[in-house]
Design a protein around this ligand. Structure first.
Ligand SMILES: NC(=O)c1ccc[n+]([C@@H]2O[C@H](COP(=O)([O-])OP(=O)(O)OC[C@H]3O[C@@H](n4cnc5c(N)ncnc54)[C@H](O)[C@@H]3O)[C@@H](O)[C@H]2O)c1
Length: 457
């Protein structure tokens, strides 16, 4: 079959994989290919055991794979045969040299730019899907045109706003699709082509076009604003614990104000995932580069409050468990950075676990989807065991720490858990997920976030 367009995505990760699967599913007239240097990842994309878990993704991949969706490690041929190339490689925080700990590490992105240049023999549209520092497209254009103006490359910015755990839903019904282009005739023509892809299933009114720098910056700012809301309510949770106010009641009351809105006002052990922290730190770094120290300080505090929330949670556990947890067993419910994903990158649960291990606690770790990643992350670490069955893991533990908001943990039989535990039994709900009154009636000492604890006499 002759395809209308040949789309390639470089980087078959949490963003590239679901995004391209949805494009292929919605647009059978296009050939969509994903390429990655990670052979194991590609092998799994081509198997029944996909490398990432997202609700609804399996069915979409199964429908489109082999029809118009393909996964490969052959970078050179994939580039050569494509018209539109999405770049969705990782852009982690730089761990070395200048800007270490804050700036984005652009080595994967830059290698990709040179690969595109090397293997292109016809004009291409190159789409920044990765989250990148503002003005990266300028560098991309310069690399791609470093050998002259033929072939011609048009660089667009099309940041991805999906959230892990709801990626498929977000891609199918996005709040908006943002496309930024250079203000040139060919820039706008390239934009028309990209918009035409999304218009196969997204209403045109939700596809917005901006200048390329606004598009790049908007992604960093969106993540900074979302994370800021979580840190804002978490900072208030600390005050609630001192004043007998209830943070869920405060969040509900303020969230009904339409100027504030109710989303992202859930207090807990803080935000995680591969993006929020790295993108805020990147924003902080860019502000400092421009001499805007006050602005940088403002955003940096969002990350600091997040870390403070995890320290507070652990400090509370220690003080409530008679100032020592050394040698005590703790059942940890959840290790993923949030529900409905197996991703453990920058998980607040992982941070809490590390601090508990520093106190020489023994951890029994459960998670419905993240045990594989947890095992990798904690390889060689003493004092942790991994369990599929939370009831079996509860045997003789001194405390339960709920760290990820999985629905299945709301539905556990806590009377059964309680029966198996040492007494007094402590339960620390790091996500305010559970029915605290009911747990107290079972016999637990219950510690929510931002609410008065329920202690047995
Ligand atoms: N994860 C999210 O929720 C999310 C949401 C929106 C935006 N983003 C952004 O999207 C980008 C990708 O994030 P991710 O979570 O998918 O990362 P990821 O690490 O899951 O995937 C990136 C993939 O790129 C591959 N890769 C790196 N260099 C390559 C090269 N030269 N050729 C081929 N493949 C290469 C890696 O092997 C990896 O599989 C990042 O910039 C991130 O900030 C992520």
């Amino acid at each position: 079959m002759e395809f209308e367009k040949r789309i390639l995505c470089i980087g078959a990760g949490y963003v590239g994989g679901p995004t391209m699967a949805v494009i292929a599913d919605k647009c059978p007239q296009y050939r969509v290919e994903l390429v990655d240097i990670n052979e194991e990842r590609i092998r799994r994309w081509n198997s029944e055991d996909l490398p990432i878990y997202e609700p609804g993704l399996d069915e979409i991949v199964r429908r489109a794979r082999g029809r118009n969706l393909f996964f490969t490690t052959e970078v050179a041929t994939a580039i050569e045969h494509s018209d539109i190339i999405f770049v969705s490689v990782n852009t982690p925080t730089k761990a070395f040299g200048q800007g270490a700990g804050q700036a984005a590490d652009l080595q994967y992105w830059e290698k990709t730019a040179y690969q595109i240049l090397k293997h292109s023999h016809s004009d291409k549209i190159v789409v920044e899907k990765s989250t990148l520092p503002v003005r990266t497209a300028e560098a991309m254009q310069r690399i791609l045109h470093s050998r002259g103006t033929s072939p011609r490359f048009d660089v667009l910015s099309n940041p991805e706003f999906l959230a892990e755990g709801t990626a498929v839903e977000n891609l199918l019904q996005p709040d908006r699709v943002l496309v930024g282009c250079m203000n040139t005739e060919s820039g706008h023509k390239a934009c028309d082509q990209l918009e035409a892809i999304y218009a196969n299933w997204v209403d045109r009114s939700r596809i917005i076009r901006t200048n390329i720098w606004s598009a790049e910056l908007s992604k960093l700012v969106a993540n900074a604003f979302l994370a800021q809301r979580i840190s804002a309510i978490n900072s208030i949770s600390a005050l609630c614990e001192k004043t007998e106010a209830d943070v869920d009641e405060v969040a509900h009351s303020i969230g009904l104000d339409s100027r504030i809105g109710k989303k992202f006002l859930k207090a807990g052990i803080g935000f995680g995932g591969s993006c929020f922290k790295k993108d805020i730190l990147n924003l902080v770094y860019i502000c400092r580069q421009h001499g805007l120290d006050e602005v940088a300080d403002f955003w940096e505090r969002v990350v600091e409050i997040n870390e403070y929330q995890q320290s507070r949670f652990v400090a509370n556990m220690i003080s409530e468990m008679f100032n020592t947890i050394a040698g005590k067993s703790i059942l940890v419910l959840g290790f993923a950075f949030k529900a409905d994903t197996g991703d453990t990158r920058e998980s607040p649960a992982a941070q809490v676990c590390r601090r508990l291990l520093e106190e020489h606690a023994q951890l029994r770790l459960c998670d419905p989807k993240a045990l594989e990643n947890a095992r990798k992350e904690l390889i060689g670490v003493q004092g942790v065991s991994f369990h599929e069955d939370p009831y079996e893991a509860a045997e003789n533990v001194h405390a339960v720490a709920l760290l990820t908001d999985w629905q299945c943990y709301r539905e556990l039989d806590y009377a059964k858990v309680f029966d198996r535990m040492e007494k007094p039994a402590f339960l620390f709900d790091g996500r305010n997920l559970l029915d605290h009154r009911r747990l107290f009636e079972i016999g637990f000492n219950v510690y929510p976030v931002g609410k008065s604890p329920l202690r047995q006499l």
